[in-house]
Design a protein around this ligand. Structure first.
Ligand SMILES: NC(=O)c1ccc[n+]([C@@H]2O[C@H](COP(=O)([O-])OP(=O)(O)OC[C@H]3O[C@@H](n4cnc5c(N)ncnc54)[C@H](O)[C@@H]3O)[C@@H](O)[C@H]2O)c1
Length: 414
């Protein structure tokens, strides 16, 4: 038996979706009017055909109850789908904490709590600690999972039933196994990850979307400031969408949504900077693009900080930088992130030794650094305390296994 607490967009959709998949579901909401309305087959929100699906399962596979204990008594798994609204401090978790306190006060059997409400990274682990204070140890007397929801309002039920990916952030394996069984009839890839990774994935997804929207709006603002009608904004965006990198499975565009040492090369830094300046001429502050360059520059410092921390200080240490070109399969070193990284390492007093399969010659000509060049990655690694992977050359894959004793900062997540 599955319980769902909170009968809003997410909770009711989860209830109806799981019931359509053959589970027996009990729903509860603290709002009596909502409970009444749902029990009469009327969803508290509009979505095409949702009421039809609701009436299909209502009474049979799905019931909505007016008291929480009716749900906690019978459920093996409880999905918590209460609201987590925005506040000036960030986000209100009071409904979430209240509902969990109420639920755990009523449990007398091992039950898995599944947090489906969106919560910032770290909150599910705080909940585990909160439960411990009440004498319930996650992984022992109680199960705990974070299972973020990615549905879109308007097509919520379809998104729930055909999710593409299901993320199960688990405190322990037993909890994860139980929740995976709930989803066993779904045709989607299932990702078993830590509680905090699951929370992070949800924000990773939504903040990418918000960033893309703000990006689109900042650029449209530029187009409109240039002169009304000079730029056909709609057509320009349609042409943008024709970039072949958006299409395919996986779409090649995913390689741009991957962390690394920052972008470099001839075009991205130069064109972003030019656009910021052109905006200034029009009296516009291109805030997002400025932030884009700032983050790009700060990223190198951050990775060198990581190296410094892992080495326990960097002054006088030797660091091998593997990769000098701005991306693999080219010898182009213009604006390469490797230069920024080397600069930062030198400023902090490190000795730098470098290797690149193709770009060493160009690098030597373009940058006046006092560094040593080697003919192989092995040679560089052997004489170094720390190893920095700065370009995603295929040859650098797996060096962590070959040199397990070395401190490696893999700036390309190879
Ligand atoms: N709406 C979306 O598109 C969407 C998509 C993905 C994730 N989310 C996340 O899912 C969560 C729920 O979103 P929603 O849109 O369904 O919210 P909602 O406001 O529509 O519904 C939340 C429900 O929880 C109920 N509730 C609050 N405290 C309760 C308690 N202590 N006990 C029982 N019920 C309680 C409220 O009465 C309300 O009906 C949020 O964290 C949200 O960020 C929403």
């Amino acid at each position: 038996m599955i319980g769902v607490v909170g009968m809003g967009f997410v909770g009711l959709t989860t209830s109806v979706g799981l019931a359509l998949k053959g589970h027996t579901v009990l729903g509860y909401d603290k709002d009596r009017n909502k409970v009444d309305q749902i029990s009469r087959g009327i969803a508290p929100f509009y979505e095409d055909d949702f009421d039809k699906a609701l009436s299909q399962v209502l009474g049979e596979k799905f019931q909505v109850v007016d008291r929480l204990e009716k749900l906690t008594r019978k459920s093996d798994v409880i999905f918590i789908c209460v609201g987590t609204p925005s506040t000036p401090e960030g986000i209100s978790l009071s409904s979430l904490y209240d509902s969990i306190q109420q639920i755990i006060g009523l449990l007398d059997n091992y039950t898995v709590l599944v947090i489906k409400s969106t919560v910032p990274p770290g909150v599910s682990m705080e909940i585990a600690r909160m439960m411990e204070e009440r004498g319930l140890f996650a992984g022992k007397q109680i199960g705990l999972v974070n299972n973020p929801e990615f549905l879109r309002e308007g097509i919520a039920l379809k998104d729930f039933l055909e999710p593409g990916r299901i993320v199960i952030g688990e405190y322990d394996k037993r909890s994860g196994d139980i929740v995976e069984r709930v989803y066993e009839s779904f045709d989607a890839s299932i990702w078993r990850v830590s509680l905090t990774t699951a929370e992070f994935v949800k924000y990773l997804s939504n903040t990418l979307l918000s960033t893309m929207i703000s990006f689109s709006n900042e650029m449209a603002t530029f187009a409109e400031a240039l002169g009304d009608g000079d730029i056909d904004v709609k057509t320009a965006y349609k042409i943008l969408h024709q970039d072949g990198r958006w299409y395919g499975n996986p779409a090649p565009m995913i390689s741009y949504v991957w962390p690394g040492c920052g972008f470099g090369g001839y075009c991205l830094p130069k064109d972003t900077y030019a656009m910021i300046k052109r905006g200034e001429n029009l009296g516009l502050e291109m805030k997002l693009l400025k932030a884009v360059l700032e983050i790009n520059s700060h990223r190198k410092k951050h990775l060198v900080d990581l190296m410094e921390r892992r080495l326990g200080g960097i002054k006088g240490k030797t660091v091998a930088v593997l990769g000098l070109s701005f991306k693999p399969d080219t010898d182009d070193v213009r604006d390469t992130p490797s230069a920024g990284i080397i600069q930062e390492l030198i400023e902090r007093g490190a000795e730098v030794i470098v290797y690149d399969p193709l770009a060493a010659g160009n690098f030597k000509e373009s940058y006046d650094f006092r560094i040593d060049y080697t003919d192989s990655a092995e040679e560089a690694i052997k004489s170094a305390d720390g190893v920095f992977i700065a370009t995603a050359w295929k040859d650098f894959r797996g060096i962590g296994e070959v040199f397990p004793e070395k401190v490696i900062v893999d700036g390309r997540y190879l």
